[in-house]
Design a protein around this ligand. Structure first.
Ligand code: R1P
Length: 300
């Protein structure tokens, strides 16, 4: 640990740097692109304005942050690694160091369990989680328990979704852009229905069960649900009466379809480079044009 922290409830350094993401006030913008892979963050960061002052932070816990400007508008690109827990760390700790509204769009990869073919893009309007029921595997498991639980739905901001879709359709045919529901799973393996003979995961029919519960489910990945959930439970900011009840965090997601879970096909890296470029620009265009919708205390 390179810094001295106080307050075990929400640890920060004396100058306000948070414990895991490693940022402090002024180092993260109100508009954020979050990705899993640091190399994807670096690729998108290359699209930022040449002359924009860039903050680069690499935290001890695997978070990587670049903050600069796109067409003059401050934007941060944050890579968080993988999983629901990392999204929780990221949203809470960034919320703690940024004043005013946050607009966060995740740009990740996913597997397809529906019509989305590899190399296409997905902009989900909602997400649920598929969580392993650990008690099912206990010595004293309840006789009728199920090995996996599906949560209720949490939603993306519809305006951000339609703006993202419109931007992507400048580069992709409609047939390569999908919407619907995304499932965020608490494992890449068991709770995404992958079969692994080294473990008894009780997941042979899991994808079928997901589609029975949510026929509009299209994609599986590991973070988007938590982003949508955290936006839903974010505390409203003290804003003008006309904007009352607005949450402090607006979110959306888009994913590249890397895997087809029916055919087991995997995407070509050349296609990934193309998608990262067009989607990176689409994200930056949407974020740099979206209003923060906050006038009294908000600032960039
Ligand atoms: C699994 O390989 C990882 O890829 C997907 C999953 O959500 C998980 O994080 O997203 P990213 O490409 O954003 O990491």
């Amino acid at each position: 640990m390179q810094f001295k922290f106080t307050n075990a409830n929400f640890p920060k350094t004396a100058d306000g740097r948070v414990y895991h993401v490693g940022v402090k006030h002024g180092e993260v913008a109100n508009r954020i692109i979050t990705v899993g892979d640091p190399s994807r963050a670096r690729t998108i960061a290359k699209l930022l304005d040449d002359n924009s002052p860039i903050v680069t932070i690499e935290s001890d816990r695997g978070f990587f942050i670049k903050t600069g400007r796109y067409h003059g508008v401050p934007i941060s690109i944050v890579s968080i690694g993988m999983g629901l827990a990392m999204m929780d760390f990221f949203v809470r700790e960034v919320r703690a160091v940024v004043d005013g509204p946050l607009i966060i769009i995740r740009f990740g990869s996913c597997g397809s369990i529906g019509p989305a073919t590899i190399g296409s893009m997905m902009v989900p309007h909602g997400a649920f989680a598929v969580l392993r029921n650990y008690d099912y595997f206990a010595d004293d498991a309840e006789p009728n328990s199920k090995p996996y639980n599906f949560t209720k739905l949490f939603y993306a901001d519809p305006d951000l979704c339609s703006k993202l879709q419109k931007e992507l359709l400048r580069h992709l045919p409609q047939s390569e852009l999908h919407t619907g529901l995304n499932a965020s799973c608490d494992s890449f393996y068991s709770s995404q229905g992958r079969l692994d003979n080294n473990f008894c995961d009780a997941n042979h029919n899991l994808i079928e069960q997901i589609l029975v519960k949510y026929p509009d489910a299209r994609s599986l990945e590991m973070e988007t649900f938590m982003l949508f959930h955290m936006a839903k439970v974010s505390t409203p900011l003290p804003i003008k009466e006309s904007q009352a009840n607005k949450k402090s965090i607006r979110v959306a997601a888009m994913m590249m379809v890397f895997m087809d879970r029916k055919t087991n096909e995997f995407v070509d890296p050349v296609r990934v480079s193309y998608l990262e470029e067009i989607a990176g620009k689409a994200l930056l265009n949407v974020l740099s044009n979206v209003e923060l919708d906050y006038e009294e205390n908000g600032s960039d």
